[in-house]
Design a protein around this ligand. Structure first.
Ligand code: COA
Ligand code: AMP
Length: 628
């Protein structure tokens, strides 16, 4: 079926469409109910089905005779290591580690936090949890101890899995002190921790810690535990508009069906094809397309520990593509901007044979036209921009290569994926006409794979996503659909920013900055950045009578954000201003601040309390050379 036929049928009759897709998955108990409501009144897929995600990702392929095929290739230029696992080997490793978890009391429904660098043991840990029906929650390594502590308190894990260290190009990041501090800060204490000792920096183990190798040494392989389709597979925390991250819940059944479907329809990947999502298991891209998607589809996944640049040069992408015969490469635009900065003529790509590479996929942030043009010009492959979110787990819109790609329109993420009834709504929740801007929403039901709730806070799910417009999931992005139903995503309508493809909350940064004793009030906004897409900028109002050295204050604030949120926030600049623009009701006008900082035109709103402060801020930012 073509894209058009699939899309129409998925919208006209979602149950029939997703029943057919479910038939392609090896259930332990096939679902008879395809779409139903749960106790919260939320649409759920395959409620009476039973399966095991790790079985489908591993054992199933071995049983199909694919045991010797490569499942995962670990490529780590930062440690000069290459290792590959066949489906048979990976199944055995996962079963054994699941046995180690089981021996420590982990059962179906228990939570396990994984705070690890990009080592294959992280994937083994995720799959081992899935094998037992335990719920993993991976926390990205760039987050600081207090962020980890917040997640520990929210997920209340039985165990935490971690490693002695991670490597950022040539810097060793000690993970163990961060983990210890997080457990100290958290109210919830896990029963224990299993720690992978890495040779670059071994750590000392305390009473609650077990060495990873000791844990598996005597472990008996554990079988796959059947779970219900709507049982959670994982919780993945993502930034919201407040300081408290949201625990996006992913179920087992809908996720397995969506992953398998999307690998074929969105990425055109089949059994034994090599897929490389150059991301991190701490992000949704890592969950969906480094671990689960490729393995559920019987592909070979590349698990890369390193950056696109300086590992050892900006040719890392092309070297890996040649070495493993990568057919589909997926990365954030920022990664290609980093490559272009170091190798503007893309000379390094010419040193490698990229004949196996068919398509380059990008997502995570807006794909700027110069980056798109540069990649197309130098790599001469189709570049597919696709739009999705942690919440949906797979592409809401894209150019579906597996269904026959269509013509690209500059600046567009092409068309909604089958299953996603994308509408653009006005402020009253009414669909607007073609080419009219509004809030991008998805008419319910959401397709399989999307979140059914926020962990431990269903009200937040309803109020944050479903409560704004009856019958719709609101994405938080604004944009428009053109006459051909091509979608143009123009950016967030809330205070979330995307820094180097990493989703961050400016509200959370504001909380940290405002906690400084000299600060009365502040606004953190996203300022455009050539490399990272956006970077945070703090505008700070001092308390009356406080006299500080601005340079020293900036350093303290930068350090404070680094300690409380993590290096990943990339918070590097803070400027003292005399006033902040506000409405008469006291709301800071952040959008105007963004316009000013980015050198964009703006209209002074009639609701502003003190219009003169705008030119004052313009002047301060210009004088400091910060204004774009
Ligand atoms: N553990 C510890 N620290 C980490 C980390 C991790 N896993 N990941 C990033 N950091 C640190 C970095 O070392 C850096 O620290 P510094 O301020 O001391 O230099 C900081 O967090 C910011 O990292 P980042 O924004 O990634 O900047 P960078 O200069 O290190 O790298 C890019 C820039 C563009 C090369 C890199 O961001 C990249 O490859 N991005 C792709 C993003 C991606 O895959 N996103 C997933 C969505 S598709
Ligand atoms: P995350 O949940 O981290 O994947 O971030 C999701 C957000 O990233 C979306 O809501 C968008 O704001 C942004 N985003 C993701 N993909 C794209 C894209 N292809 N184009 C523009 N913005 C994107």
């Amino acid at each position: 079926m073509t894209y058009q036929q699939q899309y129409q049928s998925s919208i006209a009759n979602p149950e029939a469409f997703w029943r057919e897709q479910a038939n392609r998955v090896q259930w332990f108990k096939e679902p008879e109910t395809i779409l139903s409501k749960d106790a919260n009144g939320i649409d759920r897929w395959y409620a009476d089905g039973e399966l095991n995600t790790a079985y489908l990702a591993l054992d199933y392929h071995v049983l199909q005779g694919r045991g010797d095929q490569t499942a995962l290739i670990y490529d780590s230029p930062v440690t000069d290591t290459r290792r590959s696992y066949s489906y048979r080997e990976l199944t055995a490793e996962v079963a054994r580690f699941a046995g180690a978890l089981k021996a420590r009391g982990v059962e179906k429904g228990d939570r396990v936090v994984i705070y690890m660098p990009m080592v294959p043991e992280a994937a083994i840990a995720m799959l081992a949890c899935a094998r037992l029906g335990a719920i993993h929650s991976v926390v990205f390594g760039g987050f600081a101890a207090s962020e980890l502590a917040t997640r520990i308190d929210d997920a209340t894990p039985k165990l935490i899995l971690s490693a002695s260290c991670g490597i950022e190009i040539d810097r060793v990041i000690e993970y163990k002190p961060i983990l210890d501090e997080a457990i100290e800060l958290a109210a919830h204490k896990p029963d224990g921790c299993i720690i992978l000792q890495r040779d670059m920096s071994r750590c000392s183990l305390g009473d609650r810690d077990t060495d990873w190798h000791d844990a598996i040494a005597k472990a008996e392989p554990a079988d796959c535990t059947p779970v219900g389709a709507t049982d959670p597979l994982y919780i993945l925390y993502t930034s919201g508009t407040t300081g408290k991250p949201k625990g996006v819940v992913r179920d087992n059944g809908g996720h397995a069906v969506a992953m398998k479907y999307s690998m074929e329809a969105v990425y055109d990947m089949g059994v034994a094809d090599v897929f490389w999502a150059a991301s991190d298991v701490g992000w949704v891209v890592g969950h969906s397309y480094i671990v689960y998607g490729p393995l559920l589809a019987g592909c070979t996944t590349v698990f890369y520990e390193g950056k696109p640049v300086r590992t050892p040069d900006a040719g890392a992408f092309w070297r890996v593509c040649e070495e493993y015969g990568v057919k589909g490469l997926f990365a954030a635009p920022t990664a290609f901007r980093a490559v272009r900065k170091e190798d503007p003529q893309c000379l390094l790509a010419k040193q490698y044979d990229l004949s196996q590479l068919k398509t380059i996929f990008m997502a995570g942030e807006r794909l700027d036209p110069p980056t798109y043009d540069w990649v197309v010009e130098h790599i001469q492959r189709p570049v597919v921009d696709h739009w999705w979110q942690t919440e949906t787990g797979w592409a809401i819109a894209g150019n579906h290569v597996g269904l026959g790609p269509v013509a690209v329109k500059a600046g567009s993420v092409t068309r909604p994926s089958p299953g996603f009834n994308v509408q653009v709504l006005d402020g009253r929740g009414q669909p607007v006409g073609a080419n009219q801007q509004g809030s991008i929403a998805i008419k319910l039901p959401l397709p399989p794979g999307c979140l059914p709730t926020i962990w431990g806070d269903h009200d937040r799910f309803v109020s944050g996503y479903l409560g704004t417009f009856d019958g719709y999931y609101v994405s938080g992005d604004g944009g428009y659909l053109d006459d051909d139903n091509y979608l143009f995503v123009l950016g967030r309508t809330d205070d979330i920013i995307n820094v180097a493809g990493h989703r961050l909350s400016t509200g959370e940064m504001e909380e940290v900055v405002a906690a400084h004793e000299a600060v009365a009030e502040c606004a953190v906004i996203g300022q455009s950045s050539e490399l990272k897409g956006e970077e945070p900028l703090g505008l700070v109002l001092l308390k009356d009578g406080v006299d500080v050295d601005e340079e020293a204050l900036q350093q303290q604030l930068v350090q404070q954000v680094r300690e409380k949120i993590g290096a990943v926030a990339s918070f590097k600049s803070a400027v003292v201003v005399k006033r902040l623009p506000k409405t008469r009701s006291g709301k800071i006008l952040r959008k105007i601040l963004r316009n000013i900082a980015n050198g964009e035109e703006y209209n002074t709103p009639s609701t502003i309390d003190d219009p003169a402060c705008l030119s004052e801020i313009e002047q301060i930012l210009s004088e400091k050379g910060i204004r774009k």
